[in-house]
Design a protein around this ligand. Structure first.
Ligand code: ADP
Ligand code: ZN
Length: 746
């Protein structure tokens, strides 16, 4: 290989330009594409990634690299290629992509290995020395005796624990020259102190075997295998298939990534994977947002060095630096948490499909309610479709009962929270000692505070939303904004008209919890949402109590909707199915269908059938009706027709541009100018909307305007948008963000 004279790098700063540096002789042998380096930049140093090796450079005033960070290249050529693709596709500077591709602990290289003290075993000890020591320093002698029995290097902490001695005594022995201590790097294993009981492959049923066979074929000939969409109802044994598919990949000497949504990366999930591969505990790495910087550093190196062969993780695990990647699994592929809502605004499922293509590996997308995009890809032949129609335990799908809240309202003359039917069903479960889950995707006690005299609502001063009233102790009975965190005291009188006429309207999980506790005073009710689960242990503890049957009724937000198995839950109540349905979003119907189906999947997983009550004001909306009949195909067909009629994905790609500023007029003017420029450069091939105030007009003190672009050739569209924005000088206090394939349209 040619010795590098120059390199082109991208530095970790928002300068949107690649820079050239020369390579000092001393580093020439060790630098390659993907290496991390420290370079001089202006009058400081900066960290950077090597993008290319050059024989020469025409750049002026070239300076040499200062140092190499880490010994082996951090990024493989294929991950670098993926980064370039993301930068183009998501219309986002390469250095911003790098920020997601490499965890901060690795980019900054500030966190290192943990050093631990070890005690060296020693075969020959002078018996006299021990005897003498016993008189002068009996504790030291005792410890020395223990050390004399050692056969291998042991961590000092462990030894001291076993013999109840302390570091001081140990150090004293070392000082006397009687023993030898050594410092060694050790790995922080987030699951190191857990025991995993080995499990073996279950015997697959016919549908599962057929699915595994498809994956096996893809593993055998990945160059021309299409992505596999595994559509299987909840409890149809998808996870078992993933486990066996990973085993097959390992047998072929390939590695595997399993992506799961952060929310379902529960101890249960981790345990299932760790247990199946219990014979090689090192081979399974887990990446999630609760790791400490040190743990993340170690897990990353375990993967990068090739010791870990299986990675389970949330969104960003799609970038895990595994070598010989053979298989990527994306579980619950429809989940919107795979979409990152800050730059780079990538979707991990889509990145997984592209990475699989680049690295020639198999990719499996699994879901009980596939996204419209993926299902369309499957029915149109771009993906292979594999279907599991049966639950493994032959359980019936739960019966779904729709409760028409309009009729309940007429009866009661108030806004009902628990309909009579649902209350009766809960009472019935309590009697039978079965468990209930009540689901409402809204936190807080009351969703707004209104004046019944003048009609004024208490809104957030920074955002265009009403403040939510929280009663729980943490919020201390205050009003709070769920978007920016602003809080305010509850006023005694209406600040607008001065009348003592304030009323609470709307309700969230706190109110449901309180009503249920009043109605069923003997039941054990617990709430699970972002407010009650601020500590990680609280989450685990609640799940444990629920599993143990110590909780009768669990009230919660989407936290409880996904992926949990509770055999004793026979009733699920959806308090308000309309919440998602009426968002100004073309995916509202899809989300409602998915949510109802997923939540319903929580009912009746044991030997007793489940029942689901869906409370709604729109009982005849298609998403609710199709979900009720467990009719995915029917729902898909009608939703697809709607999308086609309206030129929405999967028929057209969309790009959402948000222009924001604290100054409303400047945001509006900039957005309008941008629209004119876009119309010129995009022409009629793409549909460019006018600049319109965003549904959420004001957020964190910023006024927001939206421009929606739609068209087919997305790479070209992204490029044109990037070029147009680059040429348009925006006022300093105006920011434009580009979201390709947006999921958040508010
Ligand atoms: P899904 O991921 O589709 O929800 P799981 O893989 O979690 O389904 O399977 C549901 C339950 O059925 C799990 O407890 C699992 O261990 C069990 N299971 C899966 N496949 C089989 C099988 N072939 N035989 C027996 N039990 C199975
Ligand atoms: Zn706010």
């Amino acid at each position: 290989m040619m010795k590098p004279s120059y390199v082109r790098v991208i530095i970790d700063r928002g300068i949107h330009r690649e820079l050239d540096y020369s390579v000092p002789e001393t580093l020439a042998d060790r630098i390659s594409i993907g290496s991390r380096v420290r370079v001089p930049f202006r009058d400081k140093s900066a960290l950077a990634t090597v993008l290319a090796i050059l024989e020469q450079s025409d750049a002026k005033g070239i300076r040499p690299i200062e140092a190499l960070v880490g010994e082996t290249p951090t990024l493989s050529p294929s991950l670098l290629e993926l980064a370039h693709w993301m930068s183009t596709y998501y219309c986002c500077p390469l250095e911003t992509v790098m920020r997601s591709l490499l965890p901060q602990v690795i980019r900054r290289a500030e966190v290192g290995w943990k050093k631990q003290l070890f005690v060296q075993p020693r075969t020959s000890f002078d018996k006299d020395a021990i005897d003498q020591l016993r008189k002068r320093a009996p504790r030291q002698a005792e410890l020395l005796e223990a050390i004399a029995k050692l056969e291998k290097l042991v961590p000092a902490a462990q030894l001291l624990r076993n013999v109840s001695s302390d570091t001081q005594t140990l150090r004293a022995l070392a000082k006397r020259g009687l023993i030898e201590l050594r410092e060694e790097a050790v790995e922080r294993d987030p699951h190191g102190d857990e025991q995993f009981i080995a499990t073996t492959n279950l015997e697959l049923n016919a549908e599962q075997a057929a699915a595994l066979n498809k994956i096996s074929n893809a593993l055998a000939a990945p160059e021309n295998a299409k992505p596999i969409l595994l559509h299987g109802v909840t409890g149809s044994g998808k996870t078992e298939i993933y486990l066996q598919a990973i085993r097959l990949a390992l047998e072929r000497k390939r590695s595997a990534i399993a992506l799961v949504p952060e929310i379902s990366l529960t101890p249960q999930t981790v345990e299932r994977f760790k247990s199946r591969f219990a014979e090689m505990p090192e081979a399974v790495a887990v990446l999630h947002s609760h790791l400490s910087a040190g743990e993340r550093h170690d897990e990353w190196h375990k993967i990068h060095s090739g010791r870990a062969r299986i990675v389970i993780g949330a969104r960003s695990a799609v970038f895990a630096p595994l070598k010989d990647l053979g298989l990527i699994i994306v579980d619950e592929e429809h989940e919107t948490t795979y979409k990152q809502e800050e730059a780079p605004r990538y979707h991990a499922r889509d990145v997984a499909v592209v990475r699989a293509k680049m690295e020639k590996c198999a990719v499996v997308l699994g879901s009980a309610t596939p996204s419209l995009e993926s299902y369309h890809n499957a029915t149109s032949g771009k993906y292979q479709l594999v279907t599991l129609t049966q639950r493994v335990d032959d359980q019936q799908m739960p019966a779904m009962r729709i409760v028409d809240l309009r009729r309940e309202r007429r009866k009661e003359k108030i806004v009902p929270i628990l309909s009579e039917k649902l209350s009766q069903a809960i009472a019935d479960r309590l009697e039978k000692r079965e468990q209930t889950i009540l689901f409402l995707n809204r936190r807080g006690f009351s969703t707004s505070l209104l004046c019944s005299n003048c009609g004024a609502a208490r809104n957030c001063p920074n955002c265009s939303v009403a403040l939510t009233f929280h009663r729980n102790p943490a919020a201390a009975g205050r009003l709070s904004c769920h978007l920016c965190g602003h809080t305010a005291a509850v006023p005694k009188k209406c600040p607008e008209c001065g009348k003592d006429a304030l009323i609470y309207v709307g309700f969230g999980t706190e109110k449901v919890e309180s009503i249920v506790s009043q109605l069923f005073p003997r039941a054990n009710v617990r709430r699970m949402d972002a407010d009650s689960m601020t500590r990680k242990e609280a989450y685990r503890e609640t799940l444990r109590s629920f599993r143990a049957g110590k909780i009768d009724i669990l009230v919660g937000t989407q936290m409880i909707a996904k992926g949990l198995h509770f055999p004793n839950v026979t009733l699920v109540g959806i308090i308000n199915a309309d919440l998602a349905l009426h968002l100004p979003d073309f995916r509202a119907g899809e989300r409602t269908f998915q949510l109802l189906t997923q939540v319903a999947g929580r009912a009746g997983r044991g030997d007793r059938p489940g029942e689901v009550f869906v409370q709604t004001y729109t009982p005849f909306s298609p998403s609710i009706q199709f979900a009720r009949h467990h009719d995915f195909a029917g729902y898909f067909q009608q939703e697809l027709e709607f999308r086609e009629r309206c030129d929405f994905p999967p028929f057209k790609h969309a790009i959402l541009i948000t222009v924001r500023s604290a100054h409303e007029g400047r945001a509006k003017l900039s957005a309008e100018t941008l629209v004119r420029r876009l119309k010129e450069s995009l022409g009629s091939e793409y549909n460019t909307s006018d600049a319109t105030p965003a549904p959420l007009e004001k957020l964190q003190g910023q006024f927001r305007f939206h421009i929606l672009l739609r068209g087919e050739a997305i790479m070209r569209l992204s490029r044109l948008v990037g070029e147009t924005l680059e040429k348009l000088p925006l006022p300093e206090d105006v920011v434009a963000t580009v979201d390709v394939d947006p999921y958040q349209l508010l």
